[in-house]
Each structure stands twice: as structure tokens, then as C-alpha cells.
Design a protein around this ligand. Structure first.
Ligand code: ASP
Length: 591
């Protein structure tokens, strides 16, 4: 075989006259009568190869044109040739190799290929087809660039954590289920028939045990498995940077992770982050942004309008306030000029999708506000409303009166939509923050019991500990989420290291001491055996790659992703297995 002496991405004018060998895939062929041009592609780039009969370079090629004619896209070939300057005017400044071409003197077909089902360099093909022929899809330079970024990001994480004194430790894939709120993937045991392993939803309990073992600082680039109905941008298996630290409080975990986040921002967004990153109380975030992952790339914050609403003559507001509901709104800069009546009907319909029964709108004009309900707002109340939002002429005030969670959901989604439509932010910008002091528990109305907001091992804030007995729903957690551009990119908590508090929380979650012992006996026992105060975090690696690569589809950041139905279209997993395998496992499939 003609083994390569250089890659397809490196030849420049410095190498003029050199004889080289290239290996790669045929990216395209252009037939110019007497001349045939081939673009040869590998991971490093593209090089133009010329086959020209009669040229002195090609004297050794028996029938260069016939040979080149037989080449098709995606054939794997080896070419020996001489580096030549391209003719003036034929250079391609977009390519590193754009000033040269290689004049073929010898070549070999290393492998043939049928016509690909989609063009490798072409426009985006149908995703199912791309996933089925993932090996072709992954040849695309744009996708390869994502995986190069992913590689660099992973290395940066690894090196930074190691530098900060963390040990990389692997924890089992075949383990005992640890509750993270999702359904487990189960693996039947052959040896202990009837019993099952669970794939880890995260290494949560193992990393806590490592702290009890005195490892002090642990990290792992960990694969996590959650058998959930797949929502957009979720995968049944995903990768996270998993971290745990001993003798820390929540500020220590956040400030340590900020060192890494600042390095990521520098490397992948070219930005020097001002540390510490902003910390926003969960409660504030819900009030100002309507959700717990605020997009800080723009303002347009939500405001409580109960006091103003009470001064209007608008029955809808009066009734809502009387029923203990809330009146909240936001002010879209320039929205009054931008949106027509029809657009506003569209926005009303949009928030109906989040349960809101109506949208009150007021356009801020020079003399007064206009809109179908403007007449219910006296000039004084209008002035108050305008000053509440610092509104300017041309702005649009949008108000929702409803249950608190409905106002949050509808206004947060409206805010995001308007932010985008009104170009209120630079789509290339990155804004980071921590959301802190989450509630410890969430009331599960269906099951009529509390559920853990993060997971059952989360430590309450010290000042809220006494509320565990009297007002559990008011207890706030030592929990923190890292949010980037409105996406949750990570989250963690300080853990309970006191067995008495852990038992109390289990009880609130509806677990009897026997059930707690049965499920988490090993953790409770570890906690009783000299557990240090500890806490940790996990950052979503796939999600960070998606953000920094500027992508919106998480499948483009994972080499072999699954579809929304959990299928791998290339291998056909999940698939039926040999009945013999099932017999060995003593598993029967019930139709
Ligand atoms: N185990 C948590 C998760 O995977 C992260 C943590 O609390 O460290 O989301």
C-alpha cells in the first residue's frame, strides 16, 4: 500500500516540488475533458489532486484518465504525486491547501464504495438516514469539528480536575439502583437468577461512599442512564463530569467549579469570565424570570403587578386577586411598534399553551397606553405601570392574571420568545449564573407525599433545619444549579452526613425506617462510620458541547446517539435476543 507521508490538510506552497503520498476519501471529482480533478478528504482537510495524461509528472501512470474515471465519491484511495502551485486565479483561500494541488504520478484504490445515500459535503440530509449511516454522517467535516471540540473539552475538564487535586475514579456500571427520580435500566443477573443490577442514573451514592473512604476529591467523566420518556434534547444515556469533595460548604463547590467554568469559557468562547459568577436565589429567579434557569443574556424581567392591578377597574384583575391568584407582567422594548393585532392574538394563543387563559396587552404611546383594556387603567395607574417598567414609547406591556405557576410558565416562555424575536441579545454571547437555595422538597399531589427536589441526600440550609419538623415545604436546600444561557448545565448539593437528619428526610419522603434500610442500608451504614461533611456536583458534558459548538440538537454532540424512541438506528438496538440467552437468564418475555 502507498502509505501516506502527509495528511490532506497540510500541504502549502512551502512544499512545492515535493513528492508526497496522500490517503483519503474521494470528496468529489470534476472532469474537465483532458484533466480530472479529485478532492481528497481526511480528518485534517481537503487536497486537490490532478490527473493529467501526458504531463511529465504523470509519465508513470499507465492510463491516468481511465484510472481517475473509475473513482467515485467515498472511494478510499492512495495517491502519490508532486506538489504544484495552482494556476493563478484558481486558488481557494478558504482552504489551508488552497494554493497548491498534487499532480498524480501513481495511485491505488484502497477500497470502493457505493453511491452514498446522502452527500457528505452536501446540505443536511434527513436525520433518520444520517443516523442509520452514522459512519458516513460522521465523516462530515462539520460533525468532525464538533467531536474535536468535545475531545478538547473533555481533556480540559480532566486536566483541570487533576490539577485541582481530584482523583479520577471509576464506579460500577452494573450496580444497585440509586434513586435520582427517573426509571432504572435493569440488567438481569444470570448467576443470581431473579435478581437485577441497575445501570447508574449517576454515580451519586458511590461518590459519597468514596468521601467516607477518605478520597477527599473525586471526579469521573461518567456515563449515566435514565429510562425516561425522551423529551427534546434528552438521551437515555448521557455523559457528565461527576465531582465530589469533602469538608466543604456549598460556596466551596461552586468556587472550585468556577475555575473550570472560567477555563471552558476562555477556551471555547474566548471570554474572560468575571468571578464569582452571579448567584440568584431560586425564589428570585422564579419571580424575575419565571423559571429556575434564567436566561441572563437579556433583561425584560417579569414584575409583580398586584398593587397596580388592584387600582384598575378591570374585573378580571379584581377577580384574580380576590381568588388569591397573581397578576404579573413584562414590558417588551419596541414590542408596541413591532407587533400587529394579529401578532398579539398569536402571542395570546402561544401562552394558552402554558395554561394562561388570557393576555392583557397595552401599547405605550406618546399620550397614553392603547389596547382593548386600556380604558380600565386611569392615567395615574398607566403612569405607575409605565414607571414600574421604565417603559418608553413604542414598548409593549403584557400582563397575565392566573395561578402563580401559570403566570410563571406563560411569562417565562413569552419572555424567551420575545427576547429572540426582538433580537434583545447576541445569540453568540454566553451568560453564566448559579441558581441557589432551591426548595428541598416538592409536594407530589398525586402520591400525596413529598418528593426530593434534587435527591434524597441533600442537606437543608442550616438556618432552615428546624423547619423540617414544622414546615417541611419551606425548607431550602444547600443546592446549586449552573445555568448557561437559560440551560441547566449542571447541578449539585451538599449532602447530609448526619444519619439522624438523613432518617428524618427519608421519613418526609414517605420511607419507613425499614424501607430506608432496605434501599440505602449501605449508605446509612457508611454515614454512621465516620462520614465527613461533603458535597458535589455534576456538569452535563453533552450539553456543554452543544452550547459551545453552537448547536441545538444534542444528537449532533454524541457519536452514536439514540432517537426519541430510544433506538440506535445504525445497530438496530434495542433488538430481540436469542431465546437461549433468555433461558440462561431465566427471563421470559410476556406478550
Ligand atoms: N447526582 C447528581 C446528578 O446526577 C449530581 C450531584 O448531586 O452531584 O444530577
Amino acid at each position: 500500500m502507498l502509505k501516506r507521508t502527509c495528511t490532506c490538510g497540510e500541504l502549502t506552497r512551502d512544499r512545492l516540488g515535493d513528492e508526497v503520498i496522500l490517503n483519503g476519501w474521494v470528496d468529489g471529482r470534476r472532469d474537465h475533458g483532458g484533466l480530472i480533478f479529485i478532492d481528497l478528504r481526511d480528518r485534517y482537510g481537503l487536497t486537490q489532486v490532478v490527473f493529467e495524461p501526458g504531463s511529465p509528472d504523470a509519465a508513470d501512470l499507465a492510463d491516468p484518465l481511465a484510472a481517475a474515471h473509475s473513482l467515485r465519491n467515498e472511494f478510499v484511495v492512495a495517491v502519490k504525486g508532486v506538489v504544484n502551485a495552482r494556476l493563478p486565479g484558481k486558488e481557494n483561500p478558504k482552504l489551508k491547501t488552497g494554493a497548491i494541488e498534487v499532480r498524480a504520478v501513481e495511485f491505488e484504490i484502497l477500497n470502493a464504495s457505493p453511491t452514498p445515500p446522502f452527500e457528505i459535503q452536501g446540505a443536511e440530509a434527513n436525520e433518520e438516514l444520517r443516523l442509520k449511516y452514522r459512519y458516513l454522517d460522521l465523516r462530515r467535516p462539520a460533525l468532525q469539528a464538533v467531536f474535536e471540540l468535545r475531545h478538547r473539552l473533555t481533556q480540559l475538564m480532566r486536566n483541570t480536575m487533576s490539577e485541582l487535586g481530584f482523583w479520577e475514579v471509576e464506579t460500577p456500571i452494573l450496580g444497585r439502583s440509586t434513586p435520582e427520580g427517573a426509571r432504572d435500566f435493569l440488567v438481569p443477573s444470570r448467576v443470581k437468577s431473579g435478581d437485577f443490577y441497575a445501570l447508574p442514573q449517576s454515580p451519586q451514592l458511590y461518590k459519597q461512599v468514596l468521601m467516607v473512604a477518605g478520597f477527599d476529591r473525586y471526579f469521573q467523566i461518567a456515563r449515566c442512564f435514565r429510562d425516561e420518556d425522551l423529551r427534546a434534547n434528552r438521551q437515555p444515556e448521557f455523559t457528565q463530569l461527576d465531582v465530589e469533595m469533602s469538608f466543604v460548604e456549598h460556596e466551596d463547590v461552586m468556587s472550585t467549579m468556577e475555575i473550570l467554568v472560567a477555563r471552558l469559557a476562555k477556551e471555547f468562547a474566548g471570554e474572560t469570565l468575571a468571578l464569582p459568577l452571579p448567584r440568584i436565589d431560586y425564589h428570585d429567579s422564579m419571580e424575575r424570570y419565571g423559571n429556575d434557569r434564567p436566561d441572563l443574556r437579556f433583561g425584560m424581567e417579569i414584575r409583580d403587578l398586584a398593587d397596580v392591578a388592584a387600582k384598575t377597574d378591570f374585573k378580571v384583575f379584581q377577580a384574580a386577586l380576590a381568588e388569591g391568584k397573581r397578576v404579573r407582567g413584562l414590558c417588551a422594548p419596541g414590542g408596541g411598534t413591532r407587533y400587529s393585532r394579529k401578532d398579539l392574538d398569536g402571542l395570546t394563543e402561544f401562552i394558552a399553551g402554558f395554561g394562561a387563559k388570557g393576555l392583557v396587552w397595552l401599547k405605550v404611546e406618546a399620550d397614553a397606553c392603547t389596547g382593548p383594556t386600556a380604558k380600565f387603567f386611569s392615567p395615574e395607574v398607566q403612569a405607575e405601570l409605565r414607571s414600574k417598567f421604565d417603559a418608553n414609547v413604542g414598548d409593549l406591556i403584557l400582563i397575565v392574571a392566573d395561578e402563580s405557576h401559570v403566570t410563571s410558565q406563560s411569562l417565562s416562555n413569552l419572555r424567551l420568545r420575545l427576547g429572540l424575536e426582538l433580537s434583545l441579545y447576541d445569540p453568540k454571547a454566553f451568560r453564566y449564573c448559579w441558581v441557589v437555595r432551591f426548595p428541598l422538597l416538592a409536594w407530589d399531589a398525586e402520591e400525596k407525599r413529598f418528593a426530593a427536589e434534587h435527591h434524597p441526600f441533600t442537606m437543608p440550609l442550616p438556618e432552615d433545619l428546624h423547619l423540617l419538623d414544622t414546615a417541611p415545604s419551606k425548607v431550602r436546600a444547600q443546592a446549586y444549579d449552573l445555568v448557561v444561557n437559560g440551560e441547566e448545565c449542571g447541578g449539585g448539593t451538599i449532602r447530609i452526613h448526619d444519619p439522624a437528619i438523613q432518617s428524618k428526610v427519608f421519613a418526609l419522603l414517605g420511607l419507613t425506617p425499614e424501607q430506608a434500610e432496605e434501599k440505602f442500608g449501605f449508605l446509612l451504614s457508611a454515614l454512621k462510620n465516620g462520614a465527613p461533611p461533603h458535597g458535589g456536583i455534576a456538569l452535563g458534558l453533552d450539553r456543554l458541547v452543544m452550547l459551545y459548538a453552537g448547536l441545538t440538537n444534542i444528537r449532533d454532540c454524541i457519536a452514536f446517539p439514540k432517537t426519541a424512541r430510544g433506538a440506535d438506528l445504525m445497530t438496530g438496538a434495542p433488538n430481540t435476543v436469542d431465546p437461549k440467552q433468555l433461558r440462561e437468564l431465566r427471563v421470559r418475555v410476556v406478550e
